[in-house]
Write a protein that binds this ligand. Structure first.
Ligand code: FES
Length: 175
């Protein structure tokens, strides 16, 4: 293993550097471009709209539209909740972990107790997470083709892309 490989500590959704793109991977962009922009969206393999994020030195990839109602996650803020990095959907503020795609929420122990005591809980995996890797300065995504249904799949159909999206107003980019 080279010193570069030893020095890298990939997130669960990324893999170690290697000299050639892994099989079934799809080129997204140059790493320098995503480092500059922080996030990039791309229709991958003609079938999946993917959001790739660069945050705190790590790459992450997930379905671009929020599992709740199709919100544009590329405009969401990244925040930490209960020690877990999440993207916060700009539409209704749902929190989705970057590493696993879990939906997090705050549960109340006893709604009649004062003051209210809340805990962070997981709804389970709601957003499909994809593998992302860097090879020689290029960023690639390997689509997660698990046959297990994930809620964000609903917003990845051709019908949604062609019919529903045309009817929606375009969100304003973040300043
Ligand atoms: S669409 Fe994302 S929180 Fe509602």
């Amino acid at each position: 293993m080279s010193s570069e490989e030893e020095a890298s500590s990939p997130s669960p959704s990324s893999s170690f550097f290697s000299s050639s793109p892994p099989p079934s991977s799809h080129f997204i962009c140059k790493k320098e471009d995503i480092v500059k922009a922080g996030r990039v969206t791309k229709l991958v393999n003609g079938c999946r709209d993917v959001l790739v994020l660069y945050h705190q030195g790590q790459l992450h990839a997930m379905d671009m539209r929020c599992y709740h109602s199709g919100g544009a996650l590329q405009y969401g803020d990244i925040e930490e909740f209960n020690g877990r990095l999440c993207i916060v959907c700009p539409w209704h503020k749902y929190k989705i972990t970057l590493a696993e795609g879990e939906g997090l929420y705050q549960a109340v122990d006893n709604p009649t107790a004062k003051p209210l005591r809340t805990h962070w809980r997981s709804k389970g995996v709601k957003q499909r997470i994809h593998k992302v890797t860097e090879v020689n300065g290029d960023v690639y995504v390997i689509l997660n083709d698990s046959s297990e249904t994930v809620e964000s799949d609903v917003y990845q159909t051709e019908r949604y892309r062609t019919v529903s999206l045309k009817a929606q107003p375009k969100p304003k980019p973040k300043k």
